[in-house]
Design a protein around this ligand. Sequence first.
Ligand code: NAD
Length: 509
Amino acid sequence: MNKLVNDTVLDRLVKEDADEAVVASALELARSAFTAWKTVPISERSQLLRAVRSQLLNHMDEMVETIAEETGKVITEAIVSEVVVACEVLSYYASHAQDILHTRSVFPGLLIHKRACIRYEPLGVIGVISPWNYPLVLAIGPVATALAAGNSVILKPSEYTPKTGVLIAKLIARAGGPEGLVQVLTGHGPTGEALVRSGVDKIAFTGSVRSGKAVMRAAADHLTPVLLELGGKDPFIVCKDADLDRAARACVWGSFTNCGQTCMATERVYAVKEVYDIFLDKVLALTARLRQGNEPGDDVGAVIHEGQLGIIDSHLADALDKGARVAYGGKHVDVAGRPSIQPTVLLDVDHSMAVMTEETFGPLLPIMKVEDEDEALRLANDSRYGLNASIFAKDPRTIEKLVAGIRSGNVCVNDVMISYGIPALPFGGIGDSGFGRSHGPEGLKEMSHLKSVAEDRFGLGREPSWMPVPSWLSRAVKTGLRLLYRPGRAGLYNSTGQPLYVNGSRVES
Ligand code: NAD
């Protein structure tokens, strides 16, 4: 193990807030690590990702206990929603990075005497700023994509989960990651801001809308590109032909897993009037059976801290003030020393209430009766967020109408939140939920510098349009354009959009 990431140094970091000077020296080291890493073949970068996955499995108990201790989530959640997804993401990029990043030739269009290609090169040093709610997967995901693309990384984990961040760096070092390739700087918001202002080559930020806007403002000074994965207020639509048992189970899990502290949590439900009563009965019966605590076998853990509980309380109070009623829960509970709140089902809600429009990030499940699917869609889109949505229906036409009509980055059909567990699917939002994508080929390209290359093929002495411009050129171009693009012709493409020529030769259709 290298000296900068030995366990003692990393453990000390947990207690410190890194300041600008510390960030500057981390950046210097990261730049020198980048110089070496960018020349490492993609196949070897993939080997590192596989070795990190092995280290994660070897140290799985230490990882899940650290996550549970720092966040108050139940152990099963730490395994299922963090370690499993982390392994999947590491495996996906280890297997696909080569294919996603290979240089691609493109059709040069009218300029058939040219060669054209797109190259994907590393950006440099990536600053990864991560939140507390999934402290493993939301840190190791962007770190893994940054590494696979050939970058070095400085990770700033949440101030609530520094040990998990430090443990990630330890695993990468134990897996053979070279010195300085992945560094961890712990601290609060100002440490994150110092990282954004440090001159890193890109910031991959996951967190609240408020912090995301601050990150974007700070990044503007250096024109540092940003990937922003922000909050959500995800709608869940239950149509009249839905499988109500499955919908109710999905709704309860989607709303209460991680104690509701998930960016893709089910934060508001619209059930059409024909099935509302039956669906509600099923949800209430399931909610009543949930066990809250931090013992093995418990279903719902704790709220992270009192500040978060304050937000949840304020949404509950606002809803009750405006006429909502609690159908289940609503009381404060102590979960292993953390002040928390019970899984809570709210009825008689509407869009005048914060609980239907602002991100709650807690175990409140407001359910609204709607006239039909059209009203559900209208209300689902009545939001400044657009991260994820769930639709429960059977009729393919209803499903297609809702999938196409919903304004969000991700949609789950007869399912909930699961798109994040499929690493080949790009993940990200629209509106206040941010922009850019993690996961999938797009996630790797986010961490790459895209370079377009055009190359002359024949080495002629000159091009017709170079000066001095020949007198016949204008007339010839006008005639050529009229012939090529005459009505009914697709120019240099056939009817299926394929180029008519490749490398100067006509393609048989
Ligand atoms: P947060 O915004 O308070 O903190 C996130 C990270 O940003 C932390 O590391 C924090 O120290 C840092 N930070 C805070 N202010 C900063 C600044 N001015 N400059 C740079 N860094 C700064 O968010 P949180 O409370 O840790 O996480 C919960 C939020 O994250 C929720 O809104 C949730 O929806 C969102 N989230 C989004 C996704 C997603 O993928 N879209 C995933 C998980 C969580």
